[in-house]
Write a protein that binds this ligand. Structure first.
Ligand code: G4P
Length: 525
């Protein structure tokens, strides 16, 4: 196939972590290796500082920074690496989930001292669901932390994935001496420095007495014992098992000190998958197919309220995308062409002539796209895997300025298309309910409605527990359910039927009383 060489070179992935574990630092070091940036500190953390209350400046900053760092591409050792950034703040978790639909693999960063944290657990659930291959990077080895064996047990238990260390730390904290790179059979000695890159020695035979010379007899002895235990306890590393998402290789290092990062990257480009097939409703789409297809997984609004334009991020699923060529917008069934598609090389956004499967392109948009939209060379395709998840918080949204009802409705519609939050329309009283993952999103919506649409909204409380997408092949049962739960039935933005349960207890009762109905916390099941 003509494009297969280009496609094989690509590695499209995301780095995810609980805030503060070191995602930004690791991203930056990877970019340094790729020569995409030249000084440390060039990648800004896109998290909202925990100390800051969610004031407007922070929200704006978050939006500004995250478009610049949404995708960072660079070339390394004959490969084209696409790193997709994910928002650090947990209120934007839905955004992160969607980004994970556009990657072929994931690197999870875990802080050696903190171990597995909430956010990591949630993100891993999504990876597991999608069978995304995962590599774990245990960070901050220059600090004291958990015993590495205990941490591996914790990862296996908490993240429900089998692990296989491919490097092993030699002590930690102040006494940290480096790692033994099991994958390449090398001894990587640690010098604490932000500029200095690992000293790496070929070290095939761990019994070689030279080891004592490098790390002293005590540490040499315990390293040998640890490695023996690893070989005994963990299965030997098998790339296929990793690619199936059944085992996660683990590396140890210190991103801040640039230690263990190159080893991670070198192993990554060898084992991580190139673009994988993507399932559409109609059929499975192979990346090597000649015809272009792709889907919108993220929409980013312009920061400038005077130019209400957005960038739609499209993951190329197959074939070859070209500038100024007509493609079919499947939902509208109309042809569109793009004169200034952009790619993101490190920090720079530039117009591109072409892109291949695995790449992410940014298409300037004035409201034509919504999350999940498909573009193709002509074929009718609908990509799966961009479900809505049940929100955690719900509020009625009301118009606070009767003169601006039209603007408000338009604003709500477009913000929902962007995936800022979810809209449900109560079938009983016709009121609109907005569902979010966190409080911050309500503030973002209110702010943007005012600044971008000149509309004012107010929130009114509603006590709801979960949104459940319901289904049953028994029409009569569904009809009974609708009658019984009349006040709690709603439609989501796509017109799918949703039951808004007001408590866990009520939901459990409903499930008990209506065994023929299936209740789902996500819109795709
Ligand atoms: P995040 O994107 O996952 O939220 O984490 P980020 O990279 O911003 O790192 C969080 C903090 O941890 C930063 O310190 C960073 O310098 C530090 N850090 C990252 N990797 C290492 C490491 O290997 N060892 C040590 N000791 N620290 C590490 P900060 O004080 O919050 O920010 P900054 O002022 O240094 O930017």
């Amino acid at each position: 196939m003509a494009y297969s060489e280009e496609i094989r070179k690509r590695r499209t992935f995301a780095i995810v972590s609980h805030p503060d574990a070191g995602k930004t630092t690791l991203t930056e070091k990877l970019l340094l290796f790729g020569g995409a940036i030249h000084v440390a500190g060039a990648v800004k953390s896109n998290k909202i500082r925990k100390t800051a209350t969610s004031d407007w400046m922070d929200i704006e900053k978050q939006r500004g920074i995250s478009v610049a760092t949404s995708v960072m591409a660079f070339d390394y050792a004959g490969h084209k690496i696409n790193i997709l950034d994910t928002p650090g703040h947990q209120d934007f978790a839905e955004d992160t989930f969607r980004t994970l639909t556009a990657v072929d693999s994931v690197i999870i960063v875990i802080d050696i001292a903190k171990g597995v944290e909430t956010q990591t657990r949630k993100l891993m659930e999504v990876c597991r669901m999608r069978k995304t291959p995962v590599i774990v990077f245990v960070n901050k080895m220059d600090r004291d932390g958990k015993d590495p064996f205990d941490l591996l047990d914790e990862i296996e238990e908490e993240l429900q994935i089998k692990v296989r260390p491919l490097s092993w730390p030699i002590d930690m904290g102040q006494a940290f001496r480096g790692v033994y790179n099991i994958y390449e059979k090398k001894l990587d000695l640690y010098t604490p420095s932000k500029q200095y890159v690992t000293e790496s020695l070929e070290f095939k035979d761990i019994q070689n007495p030279e080891l004592e010379k490098h790390i002293g007899p005590g540490l040499a002895g315990s390293l040998r014992a640890d490695l023996e235990l690893i070989e005994g306890v963990y299965p030997s590393f098998d790339v296929e098992t990793y690619l199936r998402g059944d085992i996660a290789p683990v590396f140890f290092g210190s991103a801040l000190n640039n230690f263990g990062v190159k080893e991670l990257l070198d192993c990554f480009i060898r084992i991580a998958p190139s673009p994988r097939p993507v399932q559409a409703l109609e059929r499975r789409v192979e990346p090597e197919e000649e015809n272009f297809s792709g889907f919108v997984f993220k929409i980013h609004a312009n920061m400038d309220p005077n130019h209400r334009s957005c960038i739609a991020f499209v993951k190329v699923c197959s074939g070859h995308f070209e500038r100024n060529v007509n493609y079919r917008h499947v939902r509208f069934d109309k042809l569109m062409r793009f004169s200034s598609p952009t790619a993101f090389m490190a920090q720079k956004k530039e117009t591109v002539e072409e892109a291949f499967a695995g790449d992410i392109i940014g298409l300037p948009d004035t409201g034509n796209f919504k999350i999940g939209d498909t573009l193709t060379a002509g074929e009718e395709l609908h990509f799966k895997g961009l479900p809505s998840f049940s929100p955690e918080m719900f509020k009625y949204i009301e118009n606070a300025d009767p003169m601006k009802a039209k603007q408000l409705n338009k604003g709500i519609g477009q913000l929902m298309d962007e995936g800022v939050a979810q809209l449900f329309t109560n079938q009983f009283n016709g009121r609109k309910i907005i569902g979010t993952v966190g409080q911050l999103q309500f503030e973002v919506i209110q702010y943007r409605l005012l600044h971008e649409y000149g509309a004012q909204c107010k929130w009114e409380p509603i006590s709801l527990y979960k949104a459940c997408w319901i289904a049953s092949d028994k029409k009569e049962t569904l009809e009974n359910f609708r009658k019984r739960k009349m006040q709690y039935m709603a439609l989501d933005k796509e017109g799918r039927e949703v039951y808004l349960a007001d408590s866990a207890y009520v939901l459990a009762m409903a499930q008990h009383d209506f065994p023929d109905i299936s209740f789902h916390f996500s819109s795709e099941f």
